[in-house]
Design a protein around this ligand. Sequence first.
Ligand SMILES: O=C(O)CCC(=O)C(=O)O
Ligand SMILES: [Fe+2]
Length: 288
Amino acid sequence: MTDVTNAQGSVSIPVPAGADDETAAAVTGLYTDGVIGLKSAFSREWAARLGEDIDIAFKEALSRPNGAVGRGPKRYYVEIHPEQLRGWLELVDHPWARKVSEAVLGPDYQIVELGFDVPGPGAMNQPWHRDFPMPEETRLNKRLTSLAFNATAVDTEEDMGPFEIAPGTQWDLPDGFEHEMFPPKSAYDRYEALAVRKYPKQGDISARSALTIHRGTKNQSQKSRPVLVLGMDAPGAGNAEHHDMAVTKDFYEQLPQRVRDHLVCPVVDELTPITQKHSIEGLMMGEA
Ligand SMILES: O=C(O)CCC(=O)C(=O)O
Ligand SMILES: [Fe+2]
């Protein structure tokens, strides 16, 4: 194991024994920067289809009470079921996604969340944040217990309010953080100095620790920038209980066993549209 030293001390990088170069680079990237990417993981057509499916799910969610949660002005988050995306199986079964999940979270990693963010025209800078409080296993033992994969539905352009992330800050202790997720304004200079803006294109995917401090920035264009979020947990990480994802029996039966092995959600006769719970993020980022 190699060690990396950062503001919080030393963190050893748990590259699994016998890992190939791609896996070693991925684990190293997630333990150092806290974010990694794979260009052209899918075709542009795949991403365009993702955009169409998000569009349908977004309209459906906006049509009912609490179908979408506001995460700041003109910015929404919607949680959906796997069957609402034609490309879900290809995404969770992508060799890179499988490899990265297994190397960081172990062979029994769990698929726990599916949703999308839609920052629309007029969306503002979000407060710098992590998506949930740092778990004890991360604080005490410097181990990541979850990952968020992102897939953009559109090519990201400068005026669309790109996603911004501060590499290395997944290890930041939540000193003075509101709700253990939102660093104090006095720390913003540091995050801004570290910040990297991401410009993924259709077909690109990324993986990050949701603890790495990040924000969506101000969308000055007339276009929205829909992005898919796929959440993976190590067993026991506890994020599944915050989500309502489910699959139907028919859908489940058609999945390869290697995908079923990572599904911990209920298998049901009929899907219920997901109602978004009132979240601290919604509150802190300003209701839309
Ligand atoms: O704008 C993005 O890409 C991410 C938004 C985000 O981080 C959030 O809503 O938690
Ligand atoms: Fe976030």
